[in-house]
Design a protein around this ligand. Structure first.
Ligand SMILES: [Zn+2]
Length: 366
């Protein structure tokens, strides 16, 4: 099996079956992870689905994949061989075109086992958002859940999505993905770079920058280049294509947090609303999905301005609005982030400051 055959990486994941942590799948479909047989933080454990061999470059344990199955599942050699045969069959299964044709139950098993493997290996840990008070209110970004952030146009929802994305992708070093409804991928990347370097995107053409700023920009580019942050070359415009993209990013890159900025750009499916589709996607792939939604109404931001479908299907609903209480400092805009629905924590609100020069958000007083 090789890179042309996505079955290779799927087979590697199925063999690992949640018994290893820190999983990365290489483009050729090989799996690298932390060794389950000795305690170490480095990713030195290797499974080759092409050769059906495993080896740890830390402690030296190695052998045929059947032996790995014996050791991790506590079975005899004969049973391990039978399990391996089943896993190879499951990995070779690829769903054919025609999404809505009825499937035999056996055909659906491949996807089911895959989602088990993903769920087991992710260890179902919540991620922090980078905003302490928000984590206290919402319980962080739990795998399998959908958060909807609603705001009127121009208030700062893109800045919010990017702040969370950079926190998880850079500070926590977890694989993340970013899709912008309104922005083409190069402009979306420019927003990420600007936020990281501390420049407004309009100042990004380098001729406009001084020496110190150019250095900051170079450092930001280097950090961004190394970060596990993924953007599609073409933004998906339907639930179907978003589903395909998310599945492949989850499987190939281990993406744990997905930001879709501007969900009003996404077309629903005939039989599935956008809210239900996003909820299912987050749950089935065991990742956290943040969707931002534009509120069309003028005046005060209210929960009932949000489409009921998004509200009812989200685990958390956040409303971002311009604060009317605190006077804005020069160069900053004070925002209010209200937790309007929370499955994991209490309701409440917190204050955020939007830096109008860099379009970055901070939590005052933390
Ligand atoms: Zn080892």
């Amino acid at each position: 099996m090789n890179a042309d055959n996505p079955g290779a990486s799927r087979l590697a994941l199925l063999i690992a079956g949640g018994f290893v942590e820190g999983v990365r799948v290489s483009p050729s479909g090989d799996l690298w992870a932390r060794c389950p047989f000795h305690k170490e933080e480095t990713v030195a454990f290797h499974i080759s689905p092409a050769k059906l061999l495993f080896k740890c470059f830390g402690c030296g344990i190695s052998g045929r994949v059947c032996r790995f199955l014996e050791l991790t599942r506590g079975v005899e050699a004969e049973e391990a061989a039978r399990i391996l045969k089943d896993l190879i069959q499951l990995a070779a299964f690829t769903p054919s075109a025609g999404r809505n044709r009825p499937r035999r139950a056996g055909e659906l098993l491949g996807g089911l086992f895959e989602s088990y493997a993903l769920r087991l290996r992710s260890g179902a840990k919540s991620l922090t958002t980078g905003f302490e008070r928000l984590d206290a209110l919402s319980g962080g970004l739990s795998p399998g859940e959908l958060t909807v952030l609603a705001a009127r146009s121009g208030v700062g929802r893109t800045s919010f999505g990017i702040a969370l994305l950079l926190h998880v992708g850079l500070k926590l070093g977890r694989p993340v993905a970013y899709v912008s409804g309104p922005l083409a991928p190069p402009q979306a990347t420019e927003r990420l770079l600007g936020a990281l370097a501390g420049f407004h995107p309009r100042n990004l053409p380098t001729e406009l920058l001084g020496g110190g700023e150019r250095r900051a920009l170079r450092e930001a580019s280097e950090r961004l280049a190394k970060a596990p942050i993924y953007l599609p070359l073409e933004a998906p415009r339907s639930l179907n294509s978003l589903g395909d993209l998310t599945r492949s990013l989850r499987r190939e890159q281990g993406v744990e947090f997905f930001v879709y900025d501007g969900i009003e750009h996404l077309a629903p499916q005939a039989s599935l609303s956008v809210g239900a589709g996003l909820r299912d996607l987050a749950r089935d792939l065991d990742l956290h999905l943040l969707a931002t939604s534009r509120l069309k109404t003028r005046g005060q931001t209210q929960v009932h301005d949000l489409p009921a479908d998004l509200f009812s299907n989200a685990s958390s609903v956040l409303l971002l609005s311009q604060s009317e209480v605190a006077a804005s400092e020069r160069g900053f805009r004070r925002l209010c982030l209200e937790v309007a629905k929370s499955k994991a924590g209490p309701l409440g609100s917190l204050s955020l400051a939007l830096n109008l020069d860099s379009l970055t958000l901070s939590e005052p007083g933390v």
